[in-house]
Design a protein around this ligand. Structure first.
Ligand code: FES
Ligand code: FES
Length: 156
């Protein structure tokens, strides 16, 4: 069933006619052109498609358009603070936290969720928070370093 869906995406109101079973991931990438969010598995297992829905990280491949009315969605395109990269983006760049980069948007969104809740995470906290985000390039050590450095930057 198609119906009009209105939600806020990165602070802007979006209105679309969409099938209620259309996935948020597909709506973002195929209809809105917000291709920063990636599809890895499509089944909720890899975290590549992580976005914020009403302030909480979710796998956008598991969210139906019909759930979006009035919701606030933030994607990787909305992570910057004004013209500036978010500290977590800066430290991923600085520390080499991205290799092919496919998992990176999901890693960044999940890392932000962690740092919003816990500004001083231990290495175990970071590993636990990112345990649902898989990196095929297996650069986990640098990813963890980047999150630790972002936490330090944000505490300054
Ligand atoms: S694409 Fe959504 S969790 Fe893998
Ligand atoms: S950097 Fe390639 S999948 Fe993570």
């Amino acid at each position: 069933m198609n119906r009009k869906i209105q939600f806020n995406l990165n602070g802007k109101s979006i209105s679309r006619e969409a099938a209620t079973h259309r996935l948020l991931l597909d709506l973002l990438r195929d209809e809105i052109g917000a291709t920063g969010t990636k599809e890895g598995c499509g089944t909720g297992d890899c975290g590549a498609c992580t976005v914020f829905l009403n302030g909480k990280p979710v796998n956008s491949c598991l969210v139906l358009s019909g759930e979006l009315d009035g919701a606030d969605v933030v994607t990787i395109e909305g992570l910057k603070i004004g013209p500036e990269l978010h500290p977590i983006q800066k430290t991923f760049l600085q520390d080499g936290g991205a290799q092919c980069g496919y998992c990176t948007p999901g890693m960044l969104m999940m890392s932000k969720a962690l740092l919003d809740e816990n500004p001083n995470p231990t290495e175990d906290d970071i590993r636990y928070a990112l345990s649902g985000n898989l990196c095929r390039c297996t650069g986990y050590a640098k990813i963890i370093q980047a999150v630790q450095d972002a936490a330090a930057l944000l505490r300054k």
